[in-house]
Design a protein around this ligand. Structure first.
Ligand SMILES: [Zn+2]
Length: 558
């Protein structure tokens, strides 16, 4: 275990703005930083990072936390891993070993098994020839790390035993056939599947003869799920971020073909269409995607399904039109430049939809046209719901061209039954309490001064927040409501000279105190029968009124 103090020290040393900036582009607002939330789809930024609080907070989805939590969530890693990385980042040594997690053991096992597959590959003529036939040079074959599992080799089982892993454990790790101890991949070319941090978490096996299925994956485990892994993301993530788009294809050899062609921002799904889990991994890197699925019925179906997930998540998507069955074939037949040219000519998805659905419906008949519009209306609704007006208008335009309906006719048909969601976005001016909270957070030198103000003059929320801050407790333990409030304040108030802000504020709270006393005196006067006491009250009242005047406000109470 790592001590709480050490964790605190690491958290305090990390520049959370710098950390988050590696994933999200941030802009300064007030004393906070704002950007598009990496944890939910949005087009207007509601994600805030505050360097003083050392916290992030999203007003859209409620994601919130400190540097450790941020790294955990964005990299999909454990608390321990996140802490280790941050410690490294700020040069703090984590001396105490924290023991190995089960994932470490799992990864070590798969890595060792793969080392054997690699050895076998180099010695196996059939496998080497197969790869050469697909046009791989020796360098490329090394770079993309192919392995081979010979018949009856039982490598997975042998490695498990050498690591003293019980057979049941090895079975749970998804490489062996139940009971027999035989490798799932025997007789197959093996491709390692890595997580986004480059750790082997599964394998794919390609049959080298006519055995079915052509491709086989490791069984799903605690640490491997097809629907959340993007093949080659570990290699592609840097390029996806710097080029600000990702190419997504269907097969292992398609992703590899793009990389061979120099398109290093390509990844592949593992024989499924794109899921929300996949999308959440792309979100922090880029929100632009080119889909390059196979050019067949299954590929079109997968494209449509993936498009829906991406468009719902407000991604900008284009679709690649392939002359051959898949990117791998196109690369081998026509070369790198041609593949790159295809990318530059990818169709905006609304145009793709129009082309695809035209194949399904006969728009020259009124029944066909109705169905065609009805299908496209579903897409129009998604765009309207996500306020993607530019895309919506392009869809209307494209449908109009295809059908010879006018754009206003198409628009009318699309908007049938569509109830626009009106979101009242109120931007309220900061209150005096907001300023108090703001100063308390951003300017420690003023805290004593603020403490001199009668806390009874503050709202409940303000009092609670201040006492929390005064006790210097771990801010990530703030209640969600107070955290939300603190971030709202920090985003709302523009930066200025805190001392000047305070002197103005001090005046306003003095006024408040005077006004409060005045109303107390008035209620006493209403019932007071004692002449002497009345005189004293009236004298005090006069003093207060003149004090109010000198504070320069309205003349209430006179
Ligand atoms: Zn969010």
């Amino acid at each position: 275990m790592v001590s709480k103090d050490l964790i605190e020290k690491i958290k305090q040393s990390v520049d959370i703005v710098e950390l988050v900036s590696q994933y999200v582009s941030l802009q300064k607002v007030g004393s906070s930083y704002r950007g598009l939330c990496p944890f939910h789809a949005e087009k207007t930024p509601s994600f805030f990072v505050n360097p003083v609080l050392k916290l992030y907070h999203c007003f859209g989805c409620g994601a919130s936390g400190d540097a450790i939590k941020f790294l955990q969530e964005i990299e999909h890693i454990s608390f321990r891993e996140a802490l280790e990385r941050l410690a490294k980042m700020v040069g703090v040594e984590l001396k105490i070993s924290m023991g190995r997690s089960e994932k470490d053991l799992y990864v070590e096992y798969l890595t060792r098994v793969f080392a054997e597959y690699r050895k076998q590959f180099k010695q196996n003529k059939v496998a080497v020839e197969y790869i050469a036939k697909r046009g791989f040079s020796e360098n490329e074959a090394n770079s993309y790390e192919f392995g081979f599992s010979p018949e009856n080799s039982r490598i997975a089982q042998k490695v498990a035993r050498s690591m003293s892993l019980p057979d049941e454990k090895a079975l749970q790790y998804g490489l062996t056939k139940s009971g027999s101890g035989v490798d799932l991949f025997e007789g197959r070319l093996v491709i390692p599947i890595k997580d986004e941090n480059g750790k082997i978490i599964a394998f794919a096996g390609r049959s080298l003869d006519d055995r079915e299925p052509k491709y086989l994956n490791s069984l799903e485990t605690k640490f491997f799920s097809k629907k959340s892994v993007l093949f080659m993301l570990d290699r592609a993530k840097k390029a996806i971020k710097s080029l600000d788009f990702a190419v997504i294809c269907e097969g292992y050899f398609d992703a590899i073909a793009f990389h061979r062609a120099g398109v290093t921002n390509a990844v592949a799904v593992l024989g499924t269409s794109l899921t929300r889990e996949h999308v959440s991994k792309l979100m922090p890197l880029s929100r632009n995607v080119i889909l390059a699925f196979d050019n067949d019925r299954a590929g079109i179906k997968a494209t449509l399904k993936s498009l829906k997930v991406l468009v719902e998540a407000s991604f900008d998507v284009a679709v690649l039109k392939l002359p051959e069955k898949d990117p791998d074939e196109t690369y081998r037949k026509r070369g790198a430049d041609y593949l790159k040219k295809l990318l530059s000519e990818a169709l905006p998805f609304e145009n793709y939809l129009i082309e695809v659905y035209e194949r399904f419906f006969d728009v020259t008949t009124s029944a066909g046209l109705e169905k065609y519009i009805g299908t496209l209306r579903g897409w129009a609704e998604i765009l309207l719901r996500n306020k993607r007006m530019d895309r919506y208008e392009r869809l209307v335009e494209a449908v109009s061209q295809k059908t010879r309906l006018s754009t206003s006719q198409v628009n009318e048909m699309f908007r049938l039954q569509v109830t626009p969601t009106t979101m009242a976005s109120r931007s309220t001016l900061p209150t005096e309490d907001d300023y108090i909270v703001y100063l308390y957070i951003t300017c420690e030198e003023l805290r004593d001064k603020i403490d001199e103000i009668d806390p009874e003059l503050f709202a409940d929320k303000t009092r609670k927040l201040i006492s929390f801050l005064r006790e210097k407790r771990d801010l990530s333990e703030l209640s969600p409501e107070l955290k939300q409030y603190a971030f709202a304040v920090l985003a709302k108030i523009p930066e200025g000279d805190p001392w000047k802000v305070f002197s103005d504020l001090k005046k306003r709270f003095t006024r408040k105190a005077v006004e409060r006393e005045l109303s107390q005196i008035d209620s006493k006067l209403a019932t007071c029968r004692d002449d002497e006491e009345r005189g004293l009250l009236l004298k005090r009242r006069l003093e207060l009124v003149s004090q109010l005047r000198s504070l320069g406000g309205d003349q209430s109470g006179t």
